[in-house]
Design a protein. Structure first.
Length: 243
């Protein structure tokens, strides 16, 4: 073996050894300016495998013991990809997160969170003090800045809102398709007293929805606060919405 080749192999081996032991805290410290709205604390492990507490500053939400593991198969798609797992009661689940050229891709995501956590993440919901539990499944979601493309299915079980005395209202499913920042979604009732069905769209900060809410006449007094916010139901307890 030539001296030059021996030196190159030795340097390569040294670099691999250094990378394998590179502390995650060292990397986060240097990446901090680009981590908008996210703070990592109590960091342990390496860039390949470790854990940390993560705070989403805009939502005021801290998740304990978030774990990551590097997934080398992501390199085939020109992505630096990690498997992420959380067992925090505020947001539990797993997903594969890939970092590409100016984009973040989330695949095979399965998340479970209390509705109050969803309210913290989506300010539009927080005003209604949502209760119950949400399960979200994300097949593929790619985001460039705040504009995302992909599909999400969410189930809201034991749903309750501050404007309705009836608790729970029911279980509901939302299927959403996101395309460059626009979300088209379908809503349906799985079970419950308050029935909801329709289609909607959220784009440029504006929400549109066409569908209906309905409840048995004897239950109307317990949901009328919520119903009247959206319109006036007919004598059969059906409220048609087109806005």
């Amino acid at each position: 073996m030539s001296v030059t080749r021996w030196v190159l192999l030795s340097i390569a081996a040294l670099l691999i050894a250094l990378l394998a032991r590179m502390p995650a805290a060292w990397v986060v410290e240097r990446a901090a300016p680009s981590l908008r709205g996210v703070q990592l604390e109590n960091i342990e492990g390496t860039v390949w495998r470790g854990r940390a507490d993560v705070t989403l500053t805009q939502a005021g939400l801290t998740l304990k013991d978030i774990r990551w593991r590097f997934q080398p198969a992501g390199l085939l798609a020109l992505q630096w990809r990690y498997g992420i797992e959380s067992s925090d009661v505020a947001l539990a689940g797993r997903a594969s997160v890939g970092l590409g050229f100016g984009s973040v891709t989330l695949t095979d995501g399965e998340l479970a969170l209390p509705a109050r956590t969803a309210g913290a993440l989506v300010p539009m919901l927080s005003a209604f003090s949502p209760e119950g539990n949400v399960i979200a499944n994300i097949r593929t979601l790619q985001c460039k800045g705040e504009r995302c493309t992909g599909d999400v299915k969410a189930t809201w079980n034991g749903a309750a809102l501050s404007l309705a005395e009836l608790r729970p209202l029911g279980d509901y499913q939302i299927d959403a398709v996101l395309n460059d920042g626009r979300a088209d979604f379908d809503v349906k009732t799985l079970k419950g007293t308050l029935r909801a069905a329709g289609k909607g769209q959220f784009a440029n900060g504006a929400l549109r929805f066409t569908g209906e809410l309905s409840a048995p006449p004897d239950q109307m007094p317990r949901v009328q606060g919520l119903m009247r916010l959206l319109g006036t139901p007919d004598e059969r307890g059906v409220l048609r919405i087109n806005r």
